[in-house]
Design a protein around this ligand. Structure first.
Ligand code: AMP
Ligand code: GLY
Length: 434
């Protein structure tokens, strides 16, 4: 048996719908050996062994992986990446999926990402960074709203204030400097861009870049894209109105960023998530993330035709040019079921029923996120984003209908969802011309 065919024992870090989707794809690999998950969620523990470990402690993760002869560590969320878990695992001689800490700064510091983008010559919103609140206030008063204010560091998706007025912007500046701890030591003020958003995730080994299918998240809590920003309320793939020219431009931007990092001695290995605004002047970068998107993964990964363990091993080895990734010719829509109150405070421990009933529906997969098992072994809510219901179908409309049919079969107290996921896109690009 050659090395390329040998079984691979995998430790997957994370607990969201993204990780459930990754686990499913990893388990379908012909090379899948024993699967471990840390900490996982109520939908994952029947398929992978639960590990109790601090996933953000590089030394602990590396020691566990060594002790259990793990062959590949897959890092889902940003916090372990920024903490340097990939560095420690790699130093222990174990293959890892997810960038090293220096490369993860593309997500961990908005200022760093902006500087790389400037040196790479890629289009992004004009910006200014501040360490002093008074100077920042002065600047915002001078330029006035609309403007976007961002805490520099990781703020669990909450550190971005899209301010229509100067007053909102000033409140945002104060919030960023005071409410996000070290993440708010630097605050970035940037030009507000207009247009539809598009996420383009790409896999890279620091040289070769394989773009994945386009997708579009719905970040706002309420229908009609109103209310506060959330981690994501629903998503679809592909994005129907992206032109070939725009796609080419987004891929070129990501390749330029990877090349620029390499030029500066930073090999970016993993998933580079580009968040773009499709402006009248072409795609411009809103942000980069150093990981798969959540919920984007829940529509992109099911459409991907590839052996995920093979692809991840190629990334670690720096041989991504040898990997094969193809795409199903279908549509995916995923709707997030949340706990009432999310993204604010919400209750936990509510019994979840009906997931089995969705199995009767063609093309439907339920990815769990904020779920756990109670003492009696029953599935209960344990987070704000509870469940992702993904449907695959031959048309966008059919995928939407099927996803919502499945959503209606699942029940828990406080179940909340947006009924308009994908609706604006179905109306066409003009729906953004307001
Ligand atoms: P980020 O975490 O930087 O992607 O920001 C979260 C969300 O805020 C994005 O998905 C956009 O909806 C919005 N946003 C961020 N930056 C800008 C910008 N420069 N112009 C308009 N909207 C923005
Ligand atoms: N879907 C947004 C994110 O993963 O950051």
């Amino acid at each position: 048996m050659s090395v390329a065919d040998s079984k691979v024992d995998v430790l997957l870090l994370g607990s969201g719908g993204r990780e459930h989707a990754l686990l499913q794809k990893l388990s379908e690999s012909k090379r899948a050996g024993k699967l471990y998950v840390c900490p996982g969620n109520g939908g994952m523990w029947s398929r992978a062994q639960k590990v109790d470990l601090n996933a953000e402690n590089p030394a602990d993760v590396a020691a566990f992986a060594k002790e259990h002869n793990i062959d590949l560590v897959v890092i889902g969320p940003e916090a372990p990446l920024v903490a340097g878990v990939a560095d420690a695992v790699s130093a222990a001689g174990i293959a890892v999926f997810g960038p090293y800490a220096r490369a993860a700064r593309m997500e961990g510091s908005k200022q760093f990402a902006k500087e790389i983008m400037t040196r790479a010559g890629v289009p992004t919103a004009a910006y200014k960074a501040f360490t002093d609140e008074a100077a920042c206030v002065d600047y915002v008063q001078r330029i006035g709203g609309p403007v976007v204010v961002k805490a520099d560091g990781l703020a669990a998706g909450k550190g971005v204030i899209v301010a229509q007025t100067t007053k909102e912007a000033l409140a945002g500046v104060h919030e960023c400097f005071s409410a996000f701890g070290d993440a708010g030591n630097v605050v970035v003020v940037e030009e507000m861009l207009k247009g539809p958003e598009c996420s383009l995730l790409a896999l890279t080994d620091g040289k070769t870049l394989i773009p994945l299918a386009t997708s579009q998240d719905h970040k706002r809590a309420l229908e009609g894209d109103l209310g506060p920003n959330t981690g994501g309320m629903g998503v679809y793939s592909p994005v129907p109105f992206v032109t070939d020219e725009e796609l080419k431009a987004m891929v070129e931007i990501e390749q330029k960023v990877v090349d620029q990092l390499a030029l500066e001695g930073i090999t970016y290995k993993g998933c580079l998530y580009g968040g773009f605004m499709l402006t009248k002047d072409g795609p411009k970068v809103l942000e980069f993330n150093a990981r798969f998107g959540d919920p984007e993964t829940q529509v992109v990964i099911p459409r991907m035709q590839a052996d995920l363990i093979d692809v991840f091993m190629h990334i670690d080895a720096g041989t991504l040019d040898q990997a094969v990734v193809e795409w199903a010719d279908n549509w995916a829509v995923s709707v997030v079921l949340t706990s009432a109150g999310y993204p604010g405070s919400y209750e936990k421990g509510k019994a979840i029923t009906g997931i089995e009933d969705t199995q009767a529906l063609d093309g439907v997969t339920v990815y769990q996120a904020g779920t756990a098992l109670n003492k009696k072994g029953e599935l209960v809510t344990a987070g704000g984003r509870v469940i992702n219901v993904t449907a695959l179908a031959q048309s966008f409309e059919a995928a939407r209908e099927q996803a919502y049919a499945a959503c209606d079969l699942i029940h828990f107290e406080g179940k909340t969802l947006r009924r308009d996921i994908g609706l604006r896109a179905l109306r066409g690009r003009d729906a953004w011309e307001v």
